[in-house]
Design a protein around this ligand. Structure first.
Ligand code: C2E
Ligand code: MG
Ligand code: MG
Ligand code: MG
Length: 287
């Protein structure tokens, strides 16, 4: 409810923001203040292995707890942050906080799992990316195999530069996944060229797999392709049992979606790590 409210208020705010440069400056200042005053928080969405029902990873997703507007969704400020360049310091905050939290969970005795962090194109292409990430890993004590970076394929991306950056990330030992896979342009070209570990099938394909045979075919084909290419695969936006069964039958091993859990705060995530997710395994789901 707070989320809905925050979103609506902010959308109005955001529409105004777009109209004049003064308002844009205001939003920019608000975002700077948000960073300084620690108004951002991370939510975490479990990534679940279908067969076992186990949480095998979590994606960190930023939220803005705005002093007047409440919980603001990233869709309402990340695009502006990207445009204005503020995504770089915000993204650094996300990266550091996610690594710190993951290390803290390990120190508390939870079984180590990777944490995924969304990297915007600006961050991905920034100077000395490898050095910056390696610095954060050192500061937080997180081993690189427990960090996964999600990048979104983009039509305007400089492919050679991207390959160079990806190779540097590989050298560091972190994992890289392609987010929203299927929504970009030269996906197959990138797949062949990019040293990546995992594809995340975009929610827009998963949504209609039970009603649209084309989407079913696309999803089944992406999964089969990942097995041939030795890539990991995860389906985003799984909301019901039929979708889960379809994915399982088509050998997709991992899913992320409301069926298991929406993104939740750190305490709720810990609760799930301790007690498991209510609808645990495919066997339980099928009964
Ligand atoms: P994304 O990286 O593709 O993250 C998945 C989004 O799908 C999340 O939205 C999540 O809440 C939503 N989602 C997950 N399962 C379901 C489902 O079953 N049904 C539906 N309808 N939605 C589901 P969220 O948290 O609002 O984030 C939206 C986008 O904002 C993210 O998409 C990502 O592109 C961006 N974002 C979020 N946090 C960060 C961040 O720290 N840095 C950057 N650069 N971008 C971020
Ligand atoms: Mg993502
Ligand atoms: Mg994304
Ligand atoms: Mg996505």
């Amino acid at each position: 409810k707070a989320k809905e409210k925050g979103r609506n208020d902010f959308q109005m705010f955001n529409a105004d923001m777009k109209s004049t440069s003064i308002n844009r400056l205001k939003l920019e200042n608000e975002l700077r203040r948000a960073l300084a005053n620690e108004e951002f928080v991370l939510y975490y969405q479990p990534q679940v292995e279908i067969e076992s029902g186990r949480i095998v990873g979590v994606e960190a997703l930023i939220r803005w707890i705005h002093p007047e507007r409440g919980l603001v969704s990233p869709n309402h400020f990340i695009p502006f942050a990207e445009e204005s360049g503020l995504i770089v310091p915000i993204g650094e905050w996300v990266l550091r906080s996610a690594c710190k939290q993951n290390k803290a969970w390990q120190n508390q005795g939870y079984e180590p799992i990777p944490i995924s962090v969304n990297l915007s194109m600006r961050q991905f292409f920034q100077h000395n990316l490898k050095g910056k990430i390696s610095h954060v890993l050192e500061q937080t004590g997180l081993e690189p195999q427990y960090l996964e970076l999600e990048i979104t394929e983009s039509m305007t991306m400089d492919v050679d530069h991207a390959i160079q950056s990806l190779l540097e990330l590989k050298e560091l030992g972190v994992n890289v996944s392609i987010d929203d896979f299927g929504t970009g342009y030269s996906s197959l070209y990138y797949l062949k060229k990019f040293p990546i570990d995992k594809l995340k099938i975009d929610r827009s394909f998963v949504r209609d797999i039970m009603v649209d045979p084309n989407d079913a075919a696309i999803v089944a084909t992406i999964i089969a392709m990942t097995h041939h290419l030795n890539l990991k695969v995860i389906a985003e936006g799984v909301e019901n049992e039929d979708q889960l069964n379809f994915l399982y039958q088509n050998r997709c091993n991992e899913v992320q979606g409301y069926w298991y859990s929406p993104p939740v705060d750190g305490n709720e995530l810990e609760y799930m790590l301790n007690h498991g997710i209510p609808v645990a395994s495919i066997a339980a789901a099928g009964e």
